[in-house]
Ligand binder design. Structure first.
Ligand code: G6P
Length: 464
């Protein structure tokens, strides 16, 4: 930041990159949130005198801005009703399901939309207030769809980028939303709009042509005033070196050995790690395992399925329903197929530190990533990074963005239970040579496209 507290480079995201913790003396302290985006952007933030604009995660609380790790934290407050209507409502019960192939029905409420617009305006204003003349602003994800155009209106001098971390749907689904034109025009305020896959970028360009009547040639849209907007794919990745180092850390290896022991030293460990979200295909995946154990295709004495579901959006109806369904399903399967003290599915509804995740990845013989739709899915890439040896196998849904890059995974259609069951068994029983061949190729991909390549490619194209 300069002396007048203006920033040359800003990230605007629904969430701030810090979590509030309590130190040994009981005082609140802010710690960097785990996650690749923050790791990738921190060096740029420091170099450019950056600011991160976002919500700290609690309703009805106003927090003063502060400096953190050499850049500025700019909190945007949200009231309780805004959390309900903007965050839980329009972001996570309208856009989220709509953009994930409507695997749950999206809800359309005019009040949610009004609040969504008002909150997007507040984020845009907060960014406009701290941006230096001609600064670069990078807006993140579907919660802030309208910020690029609102910000351009307030500050035409800024260079504005937007990245959508989730899929961008085809016209047939997108057209459902009553405010489709406004949503498309929200993104047209940016100079560069990034998507996970080329398909998302072309869906967007097609819709922009149709709904806003703009002209487009290749990846470039020309606005009526002559301004250019580019729409391109930038597949996001992870800090693969960081995960590899974690997996090789002796403390993590010790934790891994302990975990294996706790699971009863099984011959085969299948692992799923997901946010508890209906897009992740958990119902189908758990049913598939239930049948494999029931039909003796997996032996409960030899195999275990460890599923971690991280709590998420717990007040949203579809998420509550999902939690109950999974509890019921897991309980039923374990009561029928498991033994006393020896469940076939070890299920935890909890979040774990990255060290424990790395320990889990490293003991898993088969990683099971079977979403019904997913923008990318970083768990698949983290698993590969935690296997610098040739051990392991990845079962991956064709509907995850990652399947476009990790072509050597055992690819499944999560709606096809029989196909998924067959592939799960194949992934576990293929020869070490076959499994190693696949892992090697995927490792090459993951280590040659890391999170800082993603950020650098996007920022380069934005002209930073
Ligand atoms: C997805 C979204 C992110 C979001 C994250 C966690 O990855 O793309 O924008 O931050 O889920 O969800 P939450 O609702 O807890 O922020």
């Amino acid at each position: 930041m300069n002396s007048d507290h203006k920033a040359d480079f800003l990230v605007v995201a629904n969430r701030l990159p810090v979590d509030r913790k309590t130190d040994a003396d009981g005082n609140p302290v802010w710690r960097t949130s785990p996650g690749g985006l923050v790791t990738a952007l921190e060096p740029v933030m420091k170099r450019k005198g950056g600011a991160w604009v976002g919500w700290h995660g609690a309703p009805d609380e106003t927090i003063e801005g502060f400096e953190h790790e050499g850049y500025q934290i700019v909190p945007v407050p949200l009231g309780e009703q805004e959390v309900e209507e903007f965050y839980e409502g329009f972001s996570n019960a309208t856009l989220w399901p709509l953009y994930h192939d409507c695997v749950a029905p999206p809800e359309f409420h005019r009040e949610w939309w009004d609040t969504y617009k008002a909150v997007n305006q507040r984020f845009a204003q907060a960014a406009a207030d701290v941006a230096e003349q001609g600064a670069t602003v990078w807006v993140q994800d579907y919660q802030l769809h309208l910020v690029p155009s609102m910000l351009r209106e307030l500050r035409p001098d800024l260079r504005i980028g937007f990245f959508l971390h989730i899929p961008f749907p085809p016209k047939e689904l997108f057209q459902q939303v009553p405010w489709r034109k406004e949503l498309v025009e929200g993104l047209l305020g940016a100079d560069l709009v990034g998507f996970q896959l080329p398909g998302g970028a072309s869906n967007f360009i097609r819709l922009a042509r149709r709904l806003s009547g703009v002209e487009a040639l290749g990846d470039t849209i020309t606005m009526p005033d002559g301004r250019r907007v580019r729409a391109r794919a930038y597949p996001i990745s992870i800090d693969a070196d960081g995960f590899k180092a974690l997996a090789e850390d002796p403390a993590v290896q010790e934790e891994a050995a302990q975990l294996r022991e706790n699971l009863g030293n099984p011959k085969k460990i299948f692992l799923g790690i997901d946010r508890l979200d209906y897009t992740k295909g958990l119902r189908q995946r758990i049913r598939a395992f239930g049948e494999l154990f029931r039909d003796d295709e997996l032996d409960p004495a030899e195999s275990v399925f460890l599923q971690v579901a991280t709590p998420s959006r717990e007040r949203v109806e579809e998420y509550k329903k999902l939690r109950d369904d999974i509890d019921l399903l897991v309980g039923r399967i374990n009561s029928q197929e498991g033994d006393i003290g020896n469940p076939v599915i070890a299920y935890r509804h909890d979040s774990f530190p990255r060290t424990t995740m790395a320990a889990m990845y490293s003991i898993a013989d088969v990683m099971v990533v079977t979403p019904l739709r997913d923008g990318m899915n970083l768990v698949a890439k983290e698993y590969i990074a935690c296997h610098p040896d040739d051990e392991g196998a990845l079962v991956l849904s064709e509907f995850a963005g990652a399947a476009k890059e990790l072509k050597q995974a055992y690819i499944v259609n999560p709606h096809d239970l029989n196909g998924m069951k067959k592939t799960l068994v194949k992934a576990a029983t293929d020869s070490p040579k076959q499994r190693a061949r696949r892992m090697k190729a995927m490792r090459k991909q993951v280590f040659s496209h890391q999170i800082d390549d993603w950020a650098n490619d996007f920022l380069h194209d934005l002209g930073v």
